[in-house]
Design a protein around this ligand. Structure first.
Ligand SMILES: Nc1ncnc2c1ncn2[C@@H]1O[C@H](COP(=O)(O)OP(=O)(O)OP(=O)(O)O)[C@@H](O)[C@H]1O
Length: 274
């Protein structure tokens, strides 16, 4: 899809509409007395690619860890495809969600971290079929077919019988991306997926993410320090600062025409150090 077409098809983020897949409403997160996110309101629409940028400690990882149900918001609500994360409705009342409900919602979200954490004793194919078969109950052959398709997509279709140690870090991270996609998640979360890689391996992983993004239908939230990548891949960029969305909008505006001094200084620092 061209950039212009993308701009036309993406509905305004932040506005709740029929295409909203992820919705944070008045979310606050504190660890003890320290508030790390304050009054966060954010909607991500079906197929949208949102890049989260900001200085270290600004709360980016906490935003996606809450979505993955790894952290509970102190206040506010988070919904994925209309399902509340921490509460469920029972006879018209919202009660705290049990582990079964959390597991179900978590199963609809894919997450790829810096550390790819493949199972070292399993082949690449088995790494990709284990969760769909045992967590989702997908038929083994169906899981294998999905895995082959996703491994082909990340350019590793010929490595199915190899073991993680036989692959480079970049290839292992591409397997981790394929493994997540096999689960057919409603939203994919990426947390600095290239940060642990040697510089020469970063490009191949970013290319894979760009390919997935350009196909259009995967909803993606991406934490990245790669500004050029954010500009190429995102429909919407959020600049987090001190636990708040300090600036947001189309990548061209946010990255090329920053309004606040904080963002100007962040981008300037980034250019100096990268
Ligand atoms: N489990 C925790 N207990 C206490 N404080 C925490 C915890 N998790 C995160 N924090 C604090 O919350 C703040 C936001 O952290 P977070 O990891 O979300 O930032 P970030 O923007 O992703 O940073 P980075 O770019 O360095 O990964 C930081 O000050 C961090 O120290």
């Amino acid at each position: 899809m061209t950039e212009e077409a993308r701009e036309e098809t993406v509905e305004t983020p932040g506005e709740d509409n029929a295409n909203t897949i992820v919705s944070y409403k008045n979310v606050k997160k504190a660890f003890g007395d320290t508030v790390v996110l304050n009054d966060l309101n954010l909607n991500v629409n079906q197929g949208e690619k949102v890049a989260l940028i900001g200085p270290s400690g600004s709360g980016k990882t906490t935003i996606i860890r809450m979505l993955m149900t790894l952290e509970q918001p102190t206040e506010g609500t988070i919904e994925v495809d209309g399902e509340m994360l921490w509460h469920k409705e029972v006879k018209g009342e919202f009660v705290p969600a049990d582990e079964k409900h959390l597991r179900k919602v978590r199963g609809s979200i894919g997450m790829v971290f810096q550390q790819y954490n493949l199972f070292p004793h399993m082949t690449i194919m088995r790494n990709c079929t284990e969760a769909p078969v045992h967590v989702l109950g997908v038929d083994k052959n169906e899981a294998k077919a999905r895995a082959q398709e996703m491994l082909d997509k990340v350019g590793l279709g010929d490595k199915v019988d190899q073991y993680p140690a036989q692959l480079s870090g970049g290839q292992q991270q591409r397997v981790a991306i394929a493994r997540s996609l096999v689960m057919q998640p409603k939203v994919m979360l990426f947390d600095e997926v290239t940060a642990a890689l040697d510089p020469e391996l970063v490009g191949e992983v970013l290319e894979v993410l760009k390919d997935i993004a350009s196909e259009g239908d995967t909803t993606m939230m991406i934490i990245t320090h790669e500004m050029e990548f954010a500009r190429d891949v995102a429909d919407h960029v959020l600049f987090l600062d001190n636990g708040k969305i300090a600036e947001q909008g189309h990548p061209r505006n946010v990255l090329e025409n920053p309004q606040s001094e904080r963002l100007q200084s962040f981008l300037g620092r980034f250019i100096e150090t990268n």
